[in-house]
Design a protein. Structure first.
Length: 323
């Protein structure tokens, strides 16, 4: 055989072998590999702490972290099959349930009645004065659902509001330049708006007192539950450990989170302090998600009420002490 031809064949074989090896390295190797999408912002402290402290590795699971801007992006990653697990607020989770694609809520990590705040220009003093105004928020986010509930509770006709849907990172500048008259958001978007706009704006309301704790939940794909159940259990144990660390070492946890969110430790502590940190799922979470579902249904964001508990699987939760 011609030496040049033989050399070419050898090179091709080596290239094919190298590419094949690369794909093997990139592909999940077993039940201890799992991918998860979440945001590095307030409401997601549990994940930042667990990842920074190596709790996933301690539980024997290899976690591929996919960072996103918000819960709705995490939900999109789950729908498209880009990740096995996604962490999000109640509104994106309810919309996943409405799609009924087999995904299930496997745990609640965090919650807080006042998790969403609404900031308006000072010439808008009462909720009803938002009618005829422009309100900026992230579409179909937890803050969107919270705003709809808050507006209804305060007799505001949202049909008379012009909603400006945008990336939450852009909201503070949009407020400062008065492209919008008010905003709705979780932290740090509300705090960032107040800092940028200063005394020109004020908090016109928040999500406290609506009867919901606006849970942050972990959602698993149908395939992950079938193929990687032990990895899901290990992830939830690691997240439970993360919450325990937050409760035991608040200052250390806030320092970890501030490095990821870009907030000062003081601002991080302020934003995080309105939440509770606990891995589980209870009747309050169910009530909260049902309230969000009713609000999304009423305002045409979903076409029918999903069976919330029918889309929850608590078999992956770590056992509670004493059980």
């Amino acid at each position: 055989m011609n030496r040049k031809v033989l050399s070419g064949i050898v090179i091709v074989v080596l290239l094919i072998s190298a590419v094949g090896a690369a794909f093997l390295l990139m592909s999940p190797s077993g039940e201890t590999d799992i991918s998860i999408a979440y945001s590095e912002k307030v409401n997601y402290e549990t994940l930042m702490v667990a990842n920074a402290n190596g709790y996933f590795s301690e539980e024997g699971v290899n976690v591929d972290v996919k960072l996103v801007t918000g819960g709705i992006e995490a939900a999109s990653a789950l729908i498209t099959g880009a990740v096995d697990l996604a962490v999000m607020g109640d509104a994106p989770a309810v919309q996943l349930m409405a799609n009924d694609d087999g995904a299930r809520v496997v745990a609640r990590l965090v919650g807080g009645e006042g998790a969403h705040r609404f900031i308006a220009w000072n010439d808008i003093q009462e909720p009803k004065e938002l009618e005829g105004m422009k309100v900026g928020l992230q579409q179909t986010s937890g803050s969107h659902g919270a705003f709809l509930q808050w507006a209804e509770a305060n007799g505001v006709n949202v049909g008379d509001i012009t909603f400006v849907y945008m990336n939450p990172r852009d909201i503070p500048l949009a407020m400062q330049t008065r492209q919008i008259d008010a905003m709705g958001g979780s932290e740090p978007w509300a705090l960032n708006t107040e800092k940028l706009c200063g005394s020109d704006v004020h908090e016109i309301g928040n999500s406290s007192g609506l009867g919901s704790t606006f849970p942050i939940v972990v959602v698993a794909s149908e395939r992950a539950m079938s193929e990687r159940p032990e990895a899901i259990r290990a992830v939830l144990r690691a997240l439970d450990h993360g919450n325990q660390y937050i409760l035991e070492d608040w200052n250390g946890s806030m320092a970890i989170c501030s490095e990821r969110t870009g907030l000062s430790v003081e601002d991080q502590s302020f934003c995080s302090s309105i939440q509770f940190f606990d891995v589980g799922f209870n009747e309050t979470d169910l009530l909260s998600m049902n309230m969000t579902a009713m609000g999304l249904l009423e305002f045409g964001k979903i076409s029918e009420m999903p069976d919330i508990m029918g889309h929850v699987d608590l078999s992956f939760l770590p056992p509670q002490e004493g059980t």
